[in-house]
Design a protein around this ligand. Structure first.
Ligand SMILES: Nc1ncnc2c1ncn2[C@@H]1O[C@H](COP(=O)(O)OP(=O)(O)OP(=O)(O)O)[C@@H](O)[C@H]1O
Length: 334
């Protein structure tokens, strides 16, 4: 399997494989052309979001990667291996799959659920137990407290975490996630997304995630693939590029009129874009840390009622930003 050392983060880090969709097509037996001709490259260790209107083929694409659905035409490679050359059952043990409502086994404990794939792979009891403990810790569930519970004894967010732990248990090279956070309320969802980003920074899996929520796509994606009907790829770009310059009228409409605000949330405060720190007369200006976003800076400006703020790094002022400068950062084209 093709593993890039940069993405894997060194010899001891979990492995990740690139995904290459090459002119894939899916026509269902009833004649529906769910995906007509899609080509998409996902780098090892990258988190790519598939987004688009209902019925555009997102889930079909995802399920072709782990061969729950067989493509009508085209090739899918994991690393340099064609997935059709691999026995589907063995393939699925190397690919984590997380779906909405998780699909935990209701009559098995959390521990047994997470141990499913290690069990199939014939891991020893000790090895499995250690891995389950590690995974539950990783997703923020204390194994002593939650390991013996059954799914119905958990909150929706906790169930979702168990689903992610189960998908990661056998150290898959790819994680497929279909609307993984949509079954929980918005506050829990935001927290799960944040935790998930921290988790991904640690495990660096190659992730293909389907959502219909643009904010989720912008928050989570290294890159976002916007699809229209028939799995047509309208644009494949970083969140900032997508929001800043939609490539087609479809994308422009899809990302909406408030894309300028959304873009600020993914725009980092660039040291080179700052203005000089003002003199003592303006010493009581509000501050924002350099590692914040342009959106954070705008929020500080709006709540303070001032028209300039000081940007700090490690508590020391490193520059200033005026309201006008900030609005320029959020300006979008297209
Ligand atoms: N088993 C099937 N047989 C026939 N048509 C199907 C089948 N599964 C999906 N389709 C059709 O294929 C198209 C793509 O469906 P798919 O579920 O991939 O879309 P999606 O983008 O994931 O939609 P949603 O956001 O609503 O979940 C739709 O028109 C759907 O009706």
């Amino acid at each position: 399997m093709d593993v890039t050392p940069e993405a894997a983060g060194g010899a001891e880090s979990p492995r990740a494989a690139s995904i290459s969709l090459q002119a894939i097509q899916k026509r269902y037996p009833n004649g529906t052309e769910a995906v007509r001709d899609l080509t998409l490259e996902v780098r090892a260790g990258e988190l790519v979001v598939l987004i688009g209107p209902s019925g555009c083929g997102k889930s079909t694409v995802l399920r072709m990667v782990n061969r729950l659905i067989e493509p009508t035409a085209g090739r899918i490679l994991l690393g340099d291996e064609d997935v059709t050359d691999v026995d589907p059952v063995r393939l699925r043990r190397r690919i984590g799959y997380v779906i909405q409502n998780v699909g935990l086994f209701p009559h098995q404990t959390v521990r047994a659920n997470v141990a499913t794939v290690p069990g199939l792979l014939g891991w020893s009891r000790d090895q499995t137990r250690a891995r389950v403990d590690e995974l539950l810790d990783l997703v923020g569930l204390d194994p002593a407290q939650f390991g013996r519970r059954y799914p119905h004894e958990l909150s929706g967010g906790q169930r979702q975490r168990v689903g992610v732990a189960r998908a990661l248990a056998a150290d898959p090279v790819v994680l497929l996630m279909d609307e993984p956070f949509s079954a929980v309320d918005p506050i829990v969802r935001a927290r799960l997304q944040e935790e998930f980003l921290r988790l991904q920074a640690e495990v660096r899996k190659t992730i293909l995630l389907v959502t219909h929520d643009l904010d989720e796509a912008v928050r989570l994606g290294d890159r976002i693939a916007v699809l229209s009907q028939g799995g047509h790829l309208e644009q494949y770009d970083t969140p900032a590029a997508l929001l800043g310059a939609p490539a087609t009228p479809f994308v422009r409409e899809f990302v909406g009129a408030d894309r300028g605000i959304r873009r600020l949330a993914v725009t980092r405060l660039d040291r080179d874009a700052l203005e000089p720190v003002p003199g003592d007369a303006e010493a009581d200006l509000p501050t924002v840390p350099l590692d914040g976003s342009a959106y954070d800076a705008l929020a500080v400006l709006l709540t303070s009622g001032r028209d300039r703020l000081v940007v700090t790094d490690g508590g020391r002022p490193v520059g200033a930003l005026s309201r006008q400068r900030l609005l320029d950062l959020g300006r979008v084209t297209g």
